[in-house]
Design a protein around this ligand. Structure first.
Ligand code: HPA
Ligand code: ZN
Length: 335
């Protein structure tokens, strides 16, 4: 099973580039930028990664991102993640980035996106991995601030596929961002959002009905509401589920009690993702491995999860078909 999971072609659809920042690289970049971080060693950093809830994590995550200043920093961060993709047979990835985490510190939008894009382009040439970008608005900030970010993104519009909504969910419902999502859609961006990670089912309803999202990041709490589950299925919307993230942020008590298999049994389209792998104890393959063990998933289940990752990717149809054919070939040989 382990070799099957490691080898199966897959896409990652829920990944924050700032959440891939490994302690070793963080030290390196902090040193070259002359920025001090409140830790003396990699071990100390890892010990600090114990979270009671989403906010607990976010406080540390934004602190880590403070050391990122130059285009080279964003390049190194992104390329390092894409190398990990290659090792895990992640064939395609949809990378979220949080411009406001950087523009708030006077790092220009252009600096952030240029470094990320260059790494993506090099990885496509050298490693054969395709990727696209999702620009996420921070929901603890105002809608007015999101509008400024939208404006800043326009010169790079052709390099950004979608908009997302992340950060502190409770108290910041999707409806807060109704107008900026409408404006984003007018610009051609596909609307996506985190919903139902800590927020209740009504936040998922709002994300569907008010923001008109095409994919739900997390969506765990949708399981509280049978009608909502039916509606998500009716609209053929996928959930980007992140098992190790859910465990680390105590969205679930343990992986044995994770709703992933129940979601699949209900007919929801589920994918497996790492969210913030440097913080939550594993890359995407580790997420597949641990959830497989905890819930006794079969090879057929793993195949279904990998297939969803391509089916619900924001890829052009021909590229999608190419990956699905590759996946079929792997499954036939290894099932
Ligand atoms: O899991 C998450 N939830 C909300 N915001 C985030 N920003 C990075 N990771 C997350
Ligand atoms: Zn996330």
């Amino acid at each position: 099973m382990e070799a099957f999971i490691k080898g199966i072609p897959k896409a990652e659809l829920h990944l924050h580039i700032e959440g891939t920042f490994e302690p070793k690289l963080m030290f390196e970049i902090a040193k070259r930028n002359g920025i001090s971080i409140p830790f003396d060693s990699v071990e100390e950093i890892e010990k600090a990664y114990q979270f009671d809830c989403l906010q607990d994590f976010l406080d540390i995550y934004y602190q880590g991102a403070r050391v990122l200043l130059t285009e080279q920093d964003f390049y190194d961060l992104t390329y390092s993640y894409l190398e990990k993709c290659a090792e895990q047979n992640v064939r395609h990835t949809e990378i979220m980035f949080d411009p406001q985490t950087h523009t708030e510190r006077n790092v220009e939008f252009k600096t952030v996106i240029s470094g990320i894009l260059k790494a993506c382009s090099d990885a496509e040439k050298r490693l054969g991995i395709t990727s696209l970008l999702i620009m996420s608005f921070l929901r603890h900030l105002t809608e007015k601030e999101a509008f400024i970010t939208l404006e800043e993104s326009l010169p790079f519009k052709k390099h950004i596929k979608a908009v997302g909504l992340d950060s502190s969910e409770k108290g910041n419902p999707p409806s807060k961002f109704k107008h900026v999502f409408e404006a984003s859609v007018k610009e051609g961006y596909i609307p996506l959002a985190h919903a139902g990670e800590e927020g209740d089912a009504d936040y998922v309803w709002e994300a569907l009905d008010i923001l008109k999202i095409k994919r739900i990041d997390h969506g765990n709490k949708a399981m509280q509401d049978e009608k909502l589950v039916e509606e998500i299925i009716r609209r053929n919307i996928a959930l980007t589920v992140c098992p190790l993230s859910n465990k680390a942020l105590q969205v679930v008590p343990d992986l044995q009690n994770h709703p992933l298999k129940k979601m699949m049994n209900k007919g929801l389209k589920v994918t497996v993702n790492s969210d913030d792998p440097a913080y939550f104890g594993g890359q995407v393959n580790q997420n597949y491995l641990e959830i497989q063990k905890a819930l006794h998933l079969s090879k057929q289940d793993i195949y279904e999860l990998a297939r969803n990752s391509f089916e619900y990717a924001l890829l052009e149809e021909d590229t999608k078909r190419k990956y699905l054919t590759e996946l079929e070939g792997f499954y036939k040989k290894n099932k």
